[in-house]
Ligand binder design. Sequence first.
Ligand SMILES: C[S@@+](CC[C@H](N)C(=O)[O-])C[C@H]1O[C@@H](n2cnc3c(N)ncnc32)[C@H](O)[C@@H]1O
Length: 246
Amino acid sequence: MRYEEFTIEGRNAVIEAFRSGKTIDKLFVLDGCHDGPVQTILREAKKHDTIVSFVKKDRLDNMSQTGKHQGVIAYAAAYEYALVEDILENAKNKGEDPFIILLDHIEDPHNLGAIIRTANLAGAHGIIIPKRRAVSLTATVAKASAGAINYTPVARVNNLSDTIKKLKDEGIWFVCADMDGEIMYRQNLKGPIGLVIGNEGEGVSRLVRENCDFTTSIPMKGDIDSLNASVAAGILAFEIVRQRMQ
Ligand SMILES: C[S@@+](CC[C@H](N)C(=O)[O-])C[C@H]1O[C@@H](n2cnc3c(N)ncnc32)[C@H](O)[C@@H]1O
């Protein structure tokens, strides 16, 4: 398993873990503990959308692996992110044109997990997500991915547009998934490709879209404005698979 959890115990260690950007899935705090450092930890937890449970001392003592929890135990993800270069290497090792899915600030862990699952089964060589304002690899994501998180590399980057520009230099074409593009059946989605899926509420951001080579749409017949991001990723990923098989 590439995804597992470990505990971080003690106030300074937990504050440091939050500040260094580590993914904390769950936080357990001693019931009734409200001093300064604990307040700082709770503020960090709120900022990072971490689930907090207030528990009795016996429970914390039971969970503790060090016996020095100081009223605070965090469960952190020990998931190792890949590098963008690893994704390219993955494609090269398989002798295939790179097929990468880029997620422009997906926030829902179930969507990210479902996309990793789909990416794996569609033979995508990896997924790229931004470091900030997006869900990272949490226990919920791992569960929703049905184990695919252990096989499909996920890279985190500071800036999606910069990454797209660099990958274009490697000969990859970028297709922005949006409701206002050319119908996917009429487009050539073969060759080295990066598929960009937008945020659940905002869609693909202007800058990222401007850096894409073209926009593609899944035809819609109904009454509402868009498909769920993970559903759209699935449909487009398998259109790419279909075209690659021809
Ligand atoms: C829930 S939608 C975002 C809707 C958002 N209100 C907007 O206006 O962009 C999330 C993402 O799924 C993809 N998507 C949804 N429906 C699509 C469609 N019919 N064709 C192509 N992509 C679609 C797009 O990448 C979109 O940014």
